[in-house]
Design a protein around this ligand. Structure first.
Ligand code: NAD
Length: 301
């Protein structure tokens, strides 16, 4: 087995991951993206990185193949192509955030070809991808197989966590993001109510952050402008994690909840609100903390 590693999908996240592979991997690195401009941003800086002309060519040249694609349909399509190429020496790791059921299905198809397949979605955003500090949540055929992913994923992340059988990485990711959407709605409503009742927002935030209401949405990404100087709220909600991506992840959470015959009331509310924001003019690309701005403009709370 050689140590060559391939990466398919060089977008916002894949770019940073490719950069870390190019800088730290001791073996060959092969990349592919259907968008040639995305490929050039890597090869212009790292001439030793090889470029493939297709996803299949990546798997012909590399035994470890990572994918970082937008959504379920893209992963399904790319894996259909890979099916004709992969065999027992291959390890396929999909880090896209996709439907847990699709993750299980594509893994089964790869396991039928005797390849090892994993879902390994990430948290940490584009900053984590660029800095090589992502957290990988990994669903695997077995814990022993999971251990084989650790060396390559550690080149791009600081935490590599075994979640259980195939699909559980996606489950962990969508559960976290459902809670994140809910907690952001809660903090936004709270900050707005406190402000309307005459409380100084900075003082209110500092009390929350030293009290039982504290959470990441209150102490690291507070949606009230100016509470956290470097948070997106302080720069017109630019950058960060978009309403569009939050709506996508909440949609996946709702799909998984439906499959499990569960009906999370707050999750459903968050999914509806973020779906609305993701299709509201001027809001779709803003950080998901912009729900504060939307509430302030639209709600009577
Ligand atoms: P992106 O749209 O910026 O990048 C996706 C890339 O895949 C693009 O460059 C596109 O050209 C390429 N692509 C699409 N179809 C392809 C195909 N068939 N063959 C080859 N290349 C193809 O998306 P992103 O922001 O990098 O996100 C990737 C995944 O990571 C998504 O599932 C997203 O939900 C998840 N994620 C994103 C973030 C974030 O902050 N952006 C954080 C965590 C997880």
């Amino acid at each position: 087995r050689n140590t060559s590693v391939g990466l398919i999908g060089l977008g916002q996240m894949g770019h940073g991951m490719a950069k870390n592979l190019a800088e730290k991997s001791t073996g060959k690195v092969i990349v592919y993206d259907m968008n040639t401009a995305a490929v050039e941003t890597i090869t212009s800086k790292y001439p030793h990185v090889q470029v493939a002309k297709s996803a299949e060519e990546v798997a012909e040249k590399a035994t470890t193949v990572l994918t970082m694609l937008p959504a379920s349909a893209h992963v399904d399509a790319v894996y259909k192509g890979l099916e004709s190429v992969v065999g027992k020496d291959h390890m396929l790791i999909d880090s896209s955030t996709i439907d847990a059921q699709v993750a299980r299905d594509v893994a089964t198809r790869m396991l039928d070809k005797q390849a090892l397949a994993f879902d390994a979605p990430v948290s940490g955003g584009t900053v984590g991808a660029a800095n090589g500090t992502l957290t990988f949540m990994v669903g695997a055929p077995s814990e022993e197989a999971f251990e084989k992913t650790r060396p390559v994923l550690s080149l791009m992340g600081k935490n590599v966590v075994y979640c259980g059988k195939n699909g559980t990485g996606q489950v962990a990711k969508l559960c976290n993001n459902m809670l994140l959407g809910i907690s952001m709605m809660g903090v936004a409503e709270t900050m707005l109510l406190g402000s309307k009742l005459g409380m100084d927002p900075l003082l209110l935030a500092s009390i929350l952050n030293n009290s039982t209401g504290r959470c990441w949405s209150s102490d690291s990404n507070n949606p009230h402008p100016g509470v956290i100087p470097n948070a997106p709220a302080g720069r017109g909600y630019q950058g960060g994690f978009s309403n569009k991506l939050m709506a996508k992840d909440l949609g996946l959470a709702m799909k998984a909840a439906h499959d499990a015959q569960a009906q999370p009331a707050l999750g459903t509310m968050a999914a509806e609100l973020y779906t609305h924001l993701s299709t509201t003019k001027d809001f779709e690309s803003l950080d998901f903390s912009s729900i504060y701005k939307w509430l302030a403009e639209n709600a009577n709370s």
